[in-house]
Design a protein around this ligand. Structure first.
Ligand code: SAH
Ligand code: SF4
Length: 419
């Protein structure tokens, strides 16, 4: 979601005649697009802000703009530390005038939970792959999560606006579209004429020329059999499901307010794998939620052993100010969180490798994205399962869908050969 937002920010800058430069010291404007979901990236914002403040350069240091979730939840602190413009994630339509005013000398600060504007420009990072927002904000308030505070209440975009954007990117050469939302399954309930996410998927699939359709993130409490069947039936829907488990213990899931049990989560994965045999499944998980016991953690390990995810984003829980979990006790010590994380990472890495080695010899459709930066004469791209494949090939293949045999499996994907 942040990457997609950065494309909008870049589009707005281009629109007022700014262009990217390599050295922040030469910059007239510096934008820090921020993430507040965990503590570390937020701390990084403050250190980057300090570094930018110290820059001299031809403009006496850039005008510093802070956008994203930290801008929403910590505007006063950012201003105190020297940010010139602070813009929360629902207010990017106001950035252009703020930049223009500020470049000519007036101050401007804005945040707030308000409708997100349509039709903002975007300078997209890739021609071949695009992110398309379908729903902004989140109403779930999981106990640990800052997102509902930073990105506000749910707001679905109108299906015709979404489909127009999909059509637009496909017309300009995009082959792989990811529909974005904190919980895509909530899509459409707030529209004047409610539309289900599965129905939106069908509309997107019908866009001529779209080869690959993906979505993220689906919330297990709202994932339906209808969506699984829809995925299986649509030619463009990729065989990849990102379904965050967060924890394997029912007690921890309950304390997190996630609204599902491990048994339910597992049944969803089983149904998805049954409907789409070549499905890859990825997840998010955290260790050391307040009150997580050794037995709870072992339930997470067991869940990982049973489900065998293709890949996982694994985090140490940390307190986010203002969330319910921040006041929950007892806290798990950092050393213990670290120990649990390393154990889980070791298990997951072994699983990823075994899965990729076990599929050596199979042929996958690859969307070739770029020359491999590490080896001459090779290109790389992603399979429909969203795994990386590196294989010998000319740069003229970039943008093509080609069939590639997986020759050697690694943690990250495969090296292969064209068939
Ligand atoms: N909407 C998505 C998650 C968005 S946040 C969902 O419901 O799954 C991305 C991931 O960051 C989460 O899945 C979670 O694993 C992690 N995360 C969120 N808050 C966190 C916190 N306080 N500490 C550690 N990890 C956190
Ligand atoms: Fe955060 Fe939960 Fe909303 Fe995901 S569903 S963004 S974890 S509150």
């Amino acid at each position: 979601m942040n990457e997609r937002d950065s494309e909008t920010l870049a589009g707005i800058c281009e629109g007022i005649g700014l262009s990217p430069c390599d050295d922040p010291a030469d910059a007239e404007v510096a934008i820090l697009n921020t993430c507040a979901v965990r503590e570390k990236p937020q701390e990084k914002v403050y250190s980057r802000l300090g570094e930018l403040r110290k820059l001299g350069g031809p403009h006496g240091g850039p005008l510093i703009v802070v956008t994203g979730c930290v801008a929403q939840i910590d505007a006063d602190e950012l201003r105190r530390r020297g940010a010139d413009i602070v813009v929360g994630p629902r207010c990017y339509d106001m950035l252009q005038s703020a930049l223009e005013e500020r470049l000519s000398g007036c101050a401007f600060i804005e945040g707030g939970d308000r409708p997100v504007a349509e039709c903002l420009p975007a300078a997209r990072a890739s021609k071949l792959k695009a992110f398309v927002n379908i729903i902004y904000g989140c109403d779930n308030f999981c106990a640990y999560c800052i997102v509902p505070y930073a990105r506000g209440r749910e707001q679905s975009r109108r299906p015709e606006d979404i489909i127009a954007e999909v059509r637009d990117v496909v017309t300009s050469g995009c082959r792989d579209v990811t529909l974005l939302g904190q919980n895509v399954n909530s899509y459409g309930h707030d529209l004047p004429e409610p539309v289900s996410f599965a129905a939106l998927m069908r509309q997107a699939d019908a866009v001529e020329g779209l080869d690959r359709l993906r979505f993220t993130t689906s919330h297990p409490k709202d994932m339906t059999q209808d969506l699984i069947e829809t995925m299986a039936s649509l030619p463009s829907a990729c065989e990849h499901l990102h379904l965050p488990i967060q924890a394997g213990s029912d007690a921890v899931l309950e304390a997190m307010g996630r609204g599902y049990t491990y048994a339910h989560f597992r049944s969803l994965i089983e149904a998805a794998r049954e409907a789409m045999p070549r499905m890859s499944v990825t997840t998010d998980v955290m260790v050391g939620f307040p009150g997580e016991t050794e037995e709870d953690f072992e339930a997470t390990l067991r869940a990982f052993e049973e489900i065998r995810f293709d890949q996982a984003f694994m985090f140490k829980y940390n307190d986010r100010p203002g969330t319910r979990a921040a006041t929950m006790e007892p806290k798990v010590s950092n050393a213990e969180k670290q120990r649990r994380l390393l154990k889980l990472v070791a298990l997951q890495n072994a699983t990823s490798r075994v899965i990729n080695v076990a599929t050596e010899g199979e042929v996958f459709e690859v969307l070739v994205e770029e020359a491999d930066p590490k080896s001459a004469g090779k290109v790389r791209g992603r399979t429909r399962q969203n795994k990386l494949m590196i294989f010998p090939g000319e740069e003229s293949l970039i943008g093509e869908l080609v069939n590639v045999r997986a020759v050697k499996g690694f943690l990250w994907g495969w090296t292969g050969e064209r068939v």
